[in-house]
Design a protein. Structure first.
Length: 401
């Protein structure tokens, strides 16, 4: 039976899908059931960062499949232990610890729970438990009740009210608005170093530095949500390394296993031993096959690869700037590495559709913003192809005005 028909009949209609059914994907390309080839500049929302079906990742998955799929977190499993070690040592160093989950929302839930526990153990000056977490307007932290409540966008709150209590929202890149929200109940600040779903907006370096100082001064945990911007996409393994600002806790998911579900909460020494037996858990969290895939991903995140990410981003952004000069409807190009947003002075939907028709997959997280998240394996030829289509789309749009 037809995939689209089956989907529409039996899957809950929570996603507005583009009109393609994928049969196969490899590297930066995918092919539909009716044989059309597409160049993928979206990577499944920054999941398949090493390209679809990366050969080393697939080999690691196959090797683990021959051993075991699942054991339970009640027993030891080498891929988990090795992955936790790699994540800890590549981020904070010895003394850091990791909790493994299945997704970005779950990783963030873990971080939120850690913050709440921190506030129980480290009380306010008047000896009261602390529980309030400052997040940011326009942020996105996931689809569970707590992570949606943490998300600073009203459109997501509408269907879930009443929200999980004690999240307050500051203005992104505005340190005074954070200061105003701090009180004796505050325990943490949670932020995306680069707001993605919120419209591709990078945090300012000074702002994150001031935020770090503010957290230190008030004994607040600084939590970075790197679910979309982490794992090499900025040209550094973790986005905070790009800023030179260390959080106390950060979360990863999406591309960590290049296509298998996995999330991670990575904690520096201060909170590494905060969770004790029974405080948190997940049956599937840190699935050994996903961990084996993630280890294969991390092995490939070499300085050489990360340099290539930056070089490819520079070339792409240079070409985008040429388009901006030609088409004034392109308002702004915002990027760190291959995390790229283009703000238009009109709705981006038509451009996304035009590109799809011409065989290029891009996306729009906000009404007037285009999002480009190409896999790291794209070539100069792929970028030229994308720029040509985008140019044609802008030309077509301009002639309509
Ligand atoms: C910054 C950020 N945090 C959390 C999430 C939620 O991740 P997941 O969909 O894996 O639960 C997303 C997903 O888009 C995200 O972009």
């Amino acid at each position: 039976m037809d995939t689209k028909k089956l989907t529409n009949e039996y899957l809950m209609q929570t996603y507005k899908k583009s009109d393609i059914a994928v049969r196969k994907a490899k590297g930066q390309y995918l092919w539909t059931e009716n044989g059309k080839k597409y160049t993928d500049f979206f990577s499944g929302i920054s999941v398949c960062n090493l390209g679809h079906c990366d050969k080393t990742v697939i080999a690691a998955i196959k090797k683990q499949l021959d051993c075991f799929l699942h054991i339970s977190n009640l027993y030891y499993a080498k891929p988990q232990a090795e992955l936790a070690k790699e994540l800890a040592l590549k981020s904070f160093g010895k003394g850091a610890k990791v909790f493994l989950a299945n997704s970005g929302a779950e990783a963030n839930e873990g971080a939120i729970k850690m913050a709440r526990k921190y506030g129980k153990v480290n009380k306010s000056k008047s000896n009261k438990e602390r529980f309030e977490i400052i997040t940011f307007k326009n942020s996105f932290h996931g689809r569970t009740l707590a992570t949606l409540s943490a998300t600073g966008q009203e459109k997501f709150h509408k269907i879930i009210t009443p929200l999980v209590d004690k999240f307050v929202y500051a203005d992104f890149n505005d340190i005074d608005s954070v200061k105003k929200l701090i009180n004796s109940n505050t325990v943490a600040v949670m932020i995306e170093p680069f707001q993605c779903e919120g419209g591709m907006i990078p945090a300012k370096k000074d702002f994150l530095k001031q935020l770090r100082q503010l957290c230190d001064k008030n004994d607040l945990l600084l939590i970075f949500d790197e679910v979309q911007c982490g794992m090499g996409r900025t040209g550094k393994l973790f986005a905070w390394q790009h800023y030179g600002v260390k959080p106390d806790i950060f979360t990863l998911a999406k591309s960590i296993a290049n296509g298998l579900p996995l999330g991670a909460v990575i904690s520096d020494k201060k909170t590494a031993n905060l969770f004790v037996f029974g405080d948190h858990g997940s049956t599937f969290g840190g699935n050994p096959v996903a961990c084996a895939a993630a280890l294969a991903v991390l092995k490939q995140m070499t300085p050489k690869l990360l340099k290539e990410v930056s070089a490819k981003a520079d070339y792409f952004v240079k070409k985008l700037n040429e388009l901006k000069k030609k088409y004034p409807s392109v308002k702004e190009i915002r990027n760190i590495g291959l995390l790229i947003g283009v703000e238009l002075d009109f709705t981006a939907k038509d451009i996304v559709e035009f590109c799809l028709n011409k065989g290029l997959i891009i996306n729009s997280p906000k009404e007037n913003v285009l999002r480009f998240l190409p896999p790291f394996v794209i070539t100069k030829k792929d970028i030229d192809f994308a720029i040509k289509i985008l140019g044609d789309a802008l030309k077509c749009q301009t002639s309509k005005k």
